[in-house]
Design a protein around this ligand. Structure first.
Ligand SMILES: CC(C)(COP(=O)(O)OP(=O)(O)OC[C@H]1O[C@@H](n2cnc3c(N)ncnc32)[C@H](O)[C@@H]1OP(=O)(O)O)[C@@H](O)C(=O)NCCC(=O)NCCS
Length: 217
């Protein structure tokens, strides 16, 4: 499948989602990569990672860009040469980019039970009280995505998920909330938008992905 969905986050930010159903060769034939990207692709250990990387380039093309318009800073954060803000995420069968006139972070995660085992390491688990196990899994995945998205937006060494990033109370049905980063004696506020993506097509196992975007308030 080509482009899966475009989501307008706000008037100046758009998410592009790709569902990867192509094999390696089909993606490779359809993207043009600069030498540094080709070298990165060749160095990737798993084909799944390679496909995710190329699907991101397919999304650039959908959005009117190419791999040649992108560069990475020393921390690994991607930037577009024309100054449009970009953030990138990939997870299993999906790749996502967000483009915005303001600094923005995105995270895409497949909802899995593993998140509940690691939840005490990244969040206040009392925020999962009174939920069914399935809801706990979904909510913890949103919280993880919030922290990854803010981390990508901010891109500073030393940010700790449990110690510096705090989400406000929210319900899964809200699809939005706010969060704060307490770092270097400054408190920064973020608006969070989240959406669950049902990846099911006929005959596939049920898979739900959580997409989270963070923007400065
Ligand atoms: C960098 C990091 C955010 C990537 O997240 P991930 O879930 O592994 O992978 P994703 O697919 O969502 O995102 C990967 C993309 O993030 C982007 N990225 C990498 N480093 C980045 C940075 N410093 N700032 C912003 N974006 C970054 C890249 O575009 C990358 O994809 P690409 O290299 O193919 O272009 C993550 O590895 C990380 O370091 N997290 C913070 C560490 C931490 O505190 N972890 C847990 C504490 S309990």
């Amino acid at each position: 499948m080509p482009l899966f969905k475009i989501i307008d986050i706000n008037p100046s930010a758009k998410v592009f989602l790709w569902k990867i159903t192509e094999d390696f060769n089909e993606l490779f034939r359809n993207v043009s990569l600069k030498d540094t990207s080709l070298a990165r692709l060749e160095g990737m250990k798993s084909e799944s990672h390679q496909k995710g990387f190329m699907a991101v380039r397919m999304l650039f093309q959908e959005a009117g860009y190419s791999d040649f318009d992108l560069y990475y800073d020393a921390f690994g954060k991607p930037h577009l040469k024309d100054g449009t803000h970009i953030s990138i995420s990939h997870s299993f069968d999906f790749s996502a980019i967000v483009l915005s006139t303001c600094n923005i972070g995105i995270d895409l995660e497949l909802v899995k039970d593993k998140v509940l085992r690691i939840a005490p390491r990244f969040m206040d688990v009392s925020h999962l009280d009174n939920l069914s196990e399935a809801e706990q899994m979904r909510k913890a995945t949103v919280v993880w995505g919030i922290k990854e998205a803010i981390f990508k937006l901010k891109n500073e060494v030393g940010i700790s998920f449990p110690d510096h990033i705090f989400e406000s109370p929210f319900q899964l049905s809200d699809k939005k909330c706010s969060a704060e980063l307490h770092f270097n004696n400054v408190i920064q506020h973020y608006d969070i938008i989240f959406e669950e993506i049902d990846a099911n097509a006929n005959g596939e196992l049920k898979q739900v992905y959580t997409l989270v975007c963070a923007v400065e308030s």
